[in-house]
Ligand binder design. Structure first.
Ligand SMILES: Cc1ncc(COP(=O)(O)O)c(C=O)c1O
Length: 367
C-alpha cells in the first residue's frame, strides 16, 4: 500500500474556504462580502489593470516561459528599497509565487529531518506546515498577554537543533507588532547560525513609529530573511507574487531550490507597475485607516473586545463560539474567518463592506 511519510500524514491540512459563488449558491444569497483573507478591497490599481491588458494583447508572450530571474522586478525592488546607508542590489532579492512559497523555499534550503524552527502561536499557519513537511519540528511559543510574540521566550527556546526562527511582524492573526527595542534585544540573543525569517506581509500598513527597521540588521551582515508581498496593500493576491530580501549568499542558496519559472510573466509585469503606483498604495492605506477607525468605534459601542491592529484586519475576541458567529454571519452574506474557539479575524473592507459586517453583527446578536 502506498503510504505517505509519517510526518506528512501528521500535518493538519490548510482548509481553503469555498469559492464565494459556491457559498452563495448553497445559501441562496447574493452580494456577499468576503472579509476573510486580508486582501486589499480596492484590488489592483487602474495602471495594473491596464498593464495586464497590454500583456494580453501580445499572445506570443503567453506561449513563452517567463523571465525566471525576474530581472526587471528585482532591479526595481532594489532601487525602491535601497537607502544611502543600506545599498541593495538585485542579488539581495528573490521572488516567490507569493511570499508563501519563499517560506517553503527557506525551510527546504536550511532544514531537514530532526531540525527545529521556533515560532509563535497563534501565528501564520504556513510556518509550521512548511517545517513539518521536511520532517523537522515546529517549536511553538505562546504569544504574550498583549498578543505579540514573546521574543524572550522564543530566543530561550533555541537549541543546537534550531535552524530557523519565524517572526510574523505584524502577526497574523492578531495584527500586533513587536517593537524596535525588543527586536534589537532578540537579535542579540539569536545565535548567528540561526536564520531569522521576519515576515512583513503587512509592512505597508504599519503606522507605529516603533516598528523595527529590519534592513538595518541585513546591513550589519546578520542572517536575516525579510519577506514581503504584493498580495496585501498592492492588491495582487490572485497573481501570486512576493519577495524576499537577504544577503546574496542566502539568496544564492535559496535559488538552488526555487523552481526556475516560479513567478509568471503577468505577475512580474503587474508587480512592477504596482510598485511604481504610489498613489494607489496611499489610497489603499488611507481607506484601511478609515475603516479601522469605523470598526473600532462600532465594536466599542457594542462592547466587543478586539486588538488594535497594525494591519488590514482585526482580531476580535468573543464571549461565545466563533463558529456560531461565522455561520450566522454567513447567512447574512458576510464571510469572516474564525481563528480560535472564541476568536475571529475580520479584514477591513470598503466602507460599505465594513458597514455590512457591523449591521450583520448587530442583527445576529452574537457577541
Ligand atoms: C503573515 C503572512 N505571511 C505571508 C502570507 C502569504 O502571502 P502571499 O503568499 O500571498 O504573499 C500571508 C497571507 O495571508 C500572511 O498573512
Amino acid at each position: 500500500m502506498l503510504k505517505p511519510l509519517d510526518y506528512v500524514s501528521q500535518i493538519k491540512p490548510y482548509v481553503p474556504g469555498k469559492p464565494v459563488s459556491e457559498l452563495e449558491r448553497e445559501l441562496g444569497i447574493s452580494n456577499s462580502v468576503k472579509l476573510a483573507s486580508n486582501e486589499n478591497p480596492l484590488g489592483p490599481s487602474r495602471k495594473v489593470v491596464k498593464a495586464i491588458k497590454e500583456f494580453l494583447k501580445n499572445p506570443s508572450e503567453i506561449g513563452r516561459y517567463p523571465d525566471g530571474g525576474g530581472y526587471y522586478l528585482r532591479t526595481a525592488l532594489s532601487k525602491a528599497i535601497s537607502r544611502k546607508n543600506i545599498p541593495l542590489t538585485i542579488d539581495n532579492f528573490i521572488l516567490g509565487n507569493g511570499s508563501n512559497e519563499l517560506i517553503d523555499i527557506a525551510v527546504r534550503t536550511y532544514m531537514t529531518h530532526g531540525d527545529e524552527a521556533v515560532m509563535a502561536n497563534p501565528s501564520f499557519v504556513v510556518y509550521s506546515m512548511a517545517v513539518r513537511s521536511v520532517g523537522a519540528n515546529a517549536i511553538e511559543i505562546p504569544l504574550k498577554d498583549d498578543f505579540s510574540h514573546d521574543l524572550i521566550k522564543m530566543s530561550k527556546a533555541i537549541t543546537k537543533n534550531t535552524k530557523m526562527v519565524f517572526v510574523s511582524n505584524p502577526n497574523n492573526p492578531t495584527g500586533t507588532i513587536n517593537k524596535k527595542d525588543e527586536f534589537r534585544r532578540f537579535m542579540t540573543d539569536v545565535p548567528d547560525d540561526v536564520l531569522v525569517v521576519v515576515d512583513e506581509a503587512y509592512y505597508e500598513y504599519v503606522t507605529d513609529k516603533d516598528y523595527p527597521d529590519t534592513l538595518k540588521y541585513l546591513a550589519k551582515g546578520r542572517n536575516i530573511l525579510i519577506l514581503r508581498t504584493f498580495s496585501k496593500a498592492y492588491g495582487l493576491a490572485g497573481l501570486r507574487i512576493g519577495y524576499g530580501i537577504s544577503k546574496p549568499e542566502i539568496i544564492t542558496e535559496m535559488n538552488k531550490i526555487r523552481e526556475p519559472f516560479n513567478t509568471n510573466t503577468p505577475s512580474q509585469i503587474c508587480a512592477l507597475t504596482a510598485l511604481k503606483d504610489k498613489a494607489h498604495l496611499k489610497k489603499s492605506i488611507k481607506l484601511n485607516e478609515e475603516g479601522k477607525v469605523y470598526m473600532y468605534s462600532e465594536l466599542d459601542a457594542l462592547g466587543i473586545k478586539y486588538i488594535p491592529s497594525q494591519t488590514n484586519f482585526i482580531y476580535i475576541m468573543l464571549q461565545s463560539s466563533s463558529f456560531d458567529l461565522y455561520n450566522a454571519l454567513l447567512k447574512e452574506g458576510v464571510i469572516i474567518r474564525p481563528v480560535g474557539p472564541k476568536e475571529i479575524r475580520v479584514t477591513i473592507g470598503l466602507k460599505e463592506e465594513n458597514q455590512r459586517f457591523i449591521d450583520a453583527l448587530k442583527k445576529v446578536g452574537i457577541k
